[in-house]
Design a protein around this ligand. Structure first.
Ligand SMILES: [Zn+2]
Length: 435
């Protein structure tokens, strides 16, 4: 049996928009994309789902988030001017105030927010990887859960490496076709050089995807280049030795072997021409997180230049503790406007390609779709569906999300979990964190 989804517009991204278009889905895959009449004739035995004034597009991809921190939305507003204090309050809350079940609820709530916004695939960095994997599985999202590793002290590098290796081995037992495991050395200021090298080597031999935060803050830059600033002082207070490599973060990661595994690097704000060349030459991927970067005052990544250089770039919301929403259409609009404000012209069509991380609606492709309503006062009139998506729509206009041929969100309801129960639990966590 074929399901045909039809709407006023189909925007395949990999081809020009189709007015009065349709997408045929069989099992987990797309079986046909084209004008409504053509698709209906091609698959006579079908169930038709007509959305009328709406746009069908490939599912949106959120390359960098921390779903487990969803319960901390607006929790850290007073610490935003001090990144060090921000990280500390977040870490204390996660490790001391939240139970494992709280973390799972928080991640599941975040996964609900994602599918409600038309996101079908996430790159989720998690300290509690098992809870992240369960959240994605419960909601029916596709994604990679990157188990985080911390450890700035070189004397403990081997021990900390063994810990993350054990966690990754455990996570592999719950992998599914949709939910895969990766590894994430958290950041250059929280993971020492020898530990970075061990993790990069492990990722290489085990063919594990690797994600890490890179070139994000001024504090990180001065820490890596000169060995001073808040992060260096923090380590000194704990009697942890740090010898700055004296180069940019990107060159440091290259030296440590991290770029040998074609990593996904989140932020990449503080990069120069040489770094951009290095990212391109090593096939590193960039998760561009413009709203988080702006909200925390870290600066503006050279998005237009990434595109010019041909770097594989996608959008990341980062955690909602620094955003405060998980909404890739919003991220795309903000990125495009910020790039233009900075003098680089990014066309709406390019932004949409980044928002789907290059995925298109093609015969045989995975049936990951989003349907955006086209009835909002804020969207009409619409002369150009791509402009309407990027400049006038947000995740709140999404009416259906399909992952691997299965509807995970439709008509205001997330299909696979009890959102009322989750809402009550999230409010409970909220009360506890408020103290
Ligand atoms: Zn992050």
């Amino acid at each position: 049996m074929t399901t045909i989804y039809s709407a006023r517009w189909v925007v395949p991204v990999s081809a020009a928009p189709i007015e009065n278009g349709a997408v045929a889905v069989e099992g987990q895959r797309i079986a046909g994309v084209g004008p409504h009449a053509e698709i209906v004739a091609k698959f006579p035995d079908h169930k038709l789902e007509s959305f009328g004034d709406a746009i069908i597009l490939p599912g949106l991809v959120n390359l960098h988030t921390h779903l487990e921190l969803t319960a901390m939305r607006s929790y850290l507003e007073n610490e935003e001017t001090d990144f060090f204090a921000w990280l500390r309050k977040l870490t204390v809350a996660r490790l001391e105030l939240m139970t494992p079940d709280d973390i799972r609820v928080s991640a599941t709530w975040g996964a609900c927010e994602a599918v409600r916004a038309g996101i079908t695939c996430v790159g989720d960095a998690s300290d509690a990887g098992m809870m992240g994997m369960m959240a994605l599985r419960d909601v029916g999202l596709r994604g990679v859960v990157y188990q985080e590793s911390f450890g700035p002290d070189a004397r403990l590098a081997q021990e900390n490496f063994e810990k993350v290796k054990t966690k990754v081995d455990q996570l592999r037992t719950v992998e599914t076709e949709l939910v895969r495991v990766g590894v994430s050395p958290h950041a250059p200021y929280t993971v020492c050089g020898p530990q970075l090298e061990l993790i990069a080597e492990f990722a290489s031999t085990e063919k594990l995807p690797l994600m890490m935060h890179a070139a994000e803050s001024a504090a990180e830059e001065i820490f890596v280049r000169e060995g001073c600033g808040a992060f260096a002082e923090g380590l000194a207070r704990r009697s942890i030795e740090w010898k700055a490599p004296g180069v940019s973060t990107i060159q440091y990661l290259k030296q440590a072997g991290v770029l040998d595994v074609k990593p996904l690097l989140a932020h990449c704000i503080r990069v120069d021409d040489r770094d951009i060349e290095t990212l391109r030459d090593t096939d590193s991927k960039v998760a561009h997180c413009p709203k988080s970067n702006a909200k925390l005052g870290h600066g503006r990544a050279p998005f237009a230049r990434f595109l010019e250089a041909g770097i594989a770039v996608g959008f990341g919301s980062d955690s909602v503790a620094s955003n405060n929403t998980c909404d890739i259409l919003e991220e795309a609009r903000f990125a495009t406007l910020m790039a233009r404000a900075g003098g680089g012209f990014v066309p709406g069509a390019d932004a949409l390609r980044v928002a789907t991380f290059g995925r298109g609606l093609n015969d045989g492709a995975l049936a990951d779709l989003a349907v955006v309503s086209l009835t909002g006062v804020h969207q009409l009139p619409s002369y150009d569906p791509i402009a309407t998506l990027i400049f006038a729509s947000s995740g709140r206009d999404v009416i259906m999300t399909v992952v691997a041929g299965r509807e995970v969100y439709r008509d205001g309801r997330v299909s696979n979990v009890d959102e009322d129960r989750l809402r009550a639990r999230v409010l409970e966590i909220n009360h506890r964190l408020r103290g």
